[in-house]
Design a binder for this molecule. Structure first.
Ligand code: GAL
Length: 691
């Protein structure tokens, strides 16, 4: 990857955008909802394929991902390609009118690669190698891997690049899913090259990393290593840059493949992101400009307190990453997965609700992993569209119902979501804030983001998710901006948030925000650093709370995790601590700043009062909740530019829900004056009057 490529990656791509490239490229813009799945026919006898395509047609499946893990099948020996099986599958799908989402096949190298080149295997921070036998066992920086992958893509793209059945290119698979951070010597060399391009001189690197601390000063780039396991705590700025580098390195893999494909094909290119709670290593805001459509994989995570909150947040974040444009749900599951401690199966109706929760948040396609449940391999107990039990199963009938529902919602395709509220979300802040040696390891970035998002959702507010580098004209669209734990913030980003408020906006900032600059250097003069003037407060010291310790506020709210020695400067105190380490100290404040208002919350509020506070701020800001929305009822509106609008109501509760909306309900095809949504059901109304 050239320096220019690297520059276009982390830190600049997101901020500068790649508008010109955008304009030239094919966009994925389906006329009806894509309904699809991963298909692994190499696991089955060709006789089964005939049944597969017939059933796919019956369900209305029209986008099938093949060759995702095909490498060892199409290149059984180095340089010997055998496309006979893939040709047959591609022709079969095409003959049945089923569109192909064609994998480049590079997701998992065959055993021959690591046998010939053991140096391609990934190495962990402790120096141990990860071996073949699973998947994705390669170092993202390996030139050997890159060369062999490019050779394979060249073959695949040349062969199928103009095939009329191919609708979309699927580069690799979930780049970085298992191998996002490699610490081998090859990576070390690539990291040094990246650092040279970023800093120019080793003195600049020393300054950025604060290496005068603990005698860490480098005299040459050649001495620098990835942040391998150390005997004491490691340099946090080094770790932060390693995250930036690793995200860029994986984006480089995508770019290399996309470049080969585009030489042979005009078909849109993408890869599947993992905007989920368990993947933080790729800064997808920086990746998105390279995608012809943003695609996401999402699985309900039952390890979390509220998996549905996380799903909604992931959907809104994916839409934010896509710049508000429709996106594609490339994978989710009909029922249980196979990789959580307990793999919870979906209850009747849940698959439809979850699918439409993604659609409501901007997905123009719903795809699954996978078509037919495997009988061998580690995923044999993962759900599929066609389970082990076959077509008599409830799952299969729900798949047919989902296909019919998506068809009934056809007019929604291409519409977008508009929200009054934006939440600032930052991968960099996540990397830096959770880096260790901080005031409390119980304060975790994503949990704080989810807590504030949950408060907004409980208050019925529709939310867009924006990166901290969002341009002022983007921020100006919102009545309210929420900024959870933005620990790391660049000067320009903080200035944009301040300007937003000065121009009349309303911001809600939560604790441990504005603390460090982009090098993880503390901002002096008192916390919350970059946001002191905006918030009109200053704190001398943090007083994190022990697990289980709570804080009572004179507003009746309860806090946990955090408090700080806060003083108001220009702000007014809204609530004070009545107990805890600092009784009488302001905990919630409000500051008039320019023509707007900025609120600060210096504790982790209990969910009920967090939602109350959000309601209050929204009321001041003039941000309206969605009709009927609440913790168990999702209400989201998608609209076309011409004003046609669709209200999605997803009822996760056990009660009938009533929503005041008039129009045509599309799933039942009836007119409604007031919408009644049965327990567990989803309804979508094409609204009579644009609100
Ligand atoms: C995804 C992956 C799929 C499949 C799925 C199982 O991470 O892309 O290939 O493994 O998980 O949930």
């Amino acid at each position: 990857m050239s320096t220019a490529d690297r520059d276009a990656g982390h830190g600049t791509a997101l901020r500068a955008g790649t508008g010109s490239r955008d304009a030239e490229r094919a966009r994925w813009a389906p006329e009806r909802f894509a309904f699809g799945c991963d298909y692994n026919p190499e696991q089955w006898d060709p006789a089964v394929w005939q049944e597969d395509v017939v059933l796919m047609r019956e369900a209305g499946i029209d986008l099938v991902a093949v060759n995702v893990f095909g490498w060892s099948d199409v290149e059984p020996e180095p340089g010997r390609y055998d496309f006979s099986r893939l040709d047959a599958v591609v022709e079969l799908l095409h003959a049945h009118g089923i569109g192909i989402n064609l994998g480049t096949g590079t997701a998992s190298p065959p055993p021959w690669l690591s046998a010939l080149h053991p140096e391609t295997l990934p190495v962990m921070a402790d120096g141990t190698t990860r071996w073949p036998g699973g998947r994705q066992a390669y170092c993202p920086s390996s030139p050997v891997f890159r060369e062999r992958a490019a050779a394979l893509v060249e073959q695949v793209a040349r062969r199928y690049g103009a095939h009329p059945g191919v609708r979309l290119w699927h580069v690799s698979n979930e780049l970085g899913c298992h191998n996002s951070l490699c610490y081998c010597d090859t990576t070390a060399a690539a990291f040094r090259a990246w650092l040279r391009a970023r800093y120019g001189t080793v003195e600049a690197l020393n300054r950025a990393w604060g290496t005068s601390f603990w005698s860490q000063r480098y005299s040459s780039f050649d001495e620098v290593l990835p942040p391998r396991l150390t005997v004491s705590s490691a340099n946090p700025s080094q770790a932060l840059d390693f995250h930036r580098f690793s995200s860029d390195e994986l984006l480089g893999l995508y770019r290399a493949e996309a470049e080969v494909i585009r030489r042979h094909s005009d078909i849109p290119v993408t890869t599947n992101f993992m905007v989920t709670a368990h993947q933080r290593d790729m800064d997808y805001f920086a990746w998105a400009p390279d995608m012809d459509v943003v695609a996401n994989d999402h699985y309900l995570d039952h390890r979390l307190e509220d998996p549905l909150v996380e799903l909604a947040f992931a959907g809104d974040t994916t839409r934010g990453i896509a710049g508000g444009r429709p996106w594609l749900l490339m994978e989710h599951s009909t029922s249980a997965v196979n990789w959580q401690p307990v793999n919870v199966a979906k209850t009747p109706g849940e698959m439809l609700r979850v699918s439409l929760a993604h659609v409501a948040r901007g997905a123009d396609g719903v795809c699954f992993f996978q078509w037919r449940a495997s009988v061998q391999g580690s995923e044999k107990f993962h759900s599929a569209l066609l389970p082990h039990a076959g077509t008599s199963s409830r799952t299969w009938h729900e798949v047919l119902e989902l296909g019919r529902t998506l068809e009934a919602l056809r007019d929604v395709v291409g519409s977008t979501v508009r929200s009054d509220v934006a939440l600032v979300f930052s991968y960099e802040a996540w990397w830096a804030a959770d880096g260790g040696n901080r005031p409390s390891e119980h304060v975790r970035y994503l949990e704080q983001v989810h807590a504030l998002y949950r408060a907004l959702r409980d208050a019925g507010l529709a939310v867009d998710v924006v990166p901290p580098g969002a341009a002022p004209e983007v921020l100006a669209r919102y009545r309210m901006l929420v900024v959870p734990e933005l620990y790391l913030v660049r000067d320009a980003e903080a200035a944009a948030i301040e300007q937003y408020v000065a121009d009349g906006g309303h911001a809600l900032v939560t604790f441990f925000s504005g603390i460090v600059d982009e090098d993880d250097r503390v901002r002096l003069g008192g916390y919350p650093g970059a946001f002191r003037d905006l918030l009109g407060v200053v704190a001398d010291e943090f007083h994190p709370l022990l697990p289980g310790q709570t804080l009572t506020l004179d507003s009746g709210s309860q806090g946990s995790l955090w408090t700080e020695q806060l003083r108001t400067v220009t702000a007014k105190a809204v609530a004070h601590a009545v107990d805890g380490p600092l009784p009488g100290t302001p905990v919630i404040t409000r500051n008039e700043h320019g023509r707007g208002t900025a609120w600060y919350v210096a504790t982790a509020l209990d969910p009920v009062h967090a939602a109350d506070l959000v309601r209050e701020v929204a009321h001041h800001a003039g941000a309206s909740p969605m009709p009927g929305a609440g913790p168990l009822v999702e209400v989201v509106r998608r609209a076309h530019d011409d004003g046609a609008s669709f209200l999605f109501v997803i009822n996760h509760s056990d009660d009938v829900v009533e929503v005041p909306v008039r129009g045509r309900e599309l799933t039942q095809d009836v007119d409604v004056e007031t919408l009644h949504v049965p327990a567990g059901a989803v309804r979508v109304v094409r609204e009579d009057v644009t609100p």
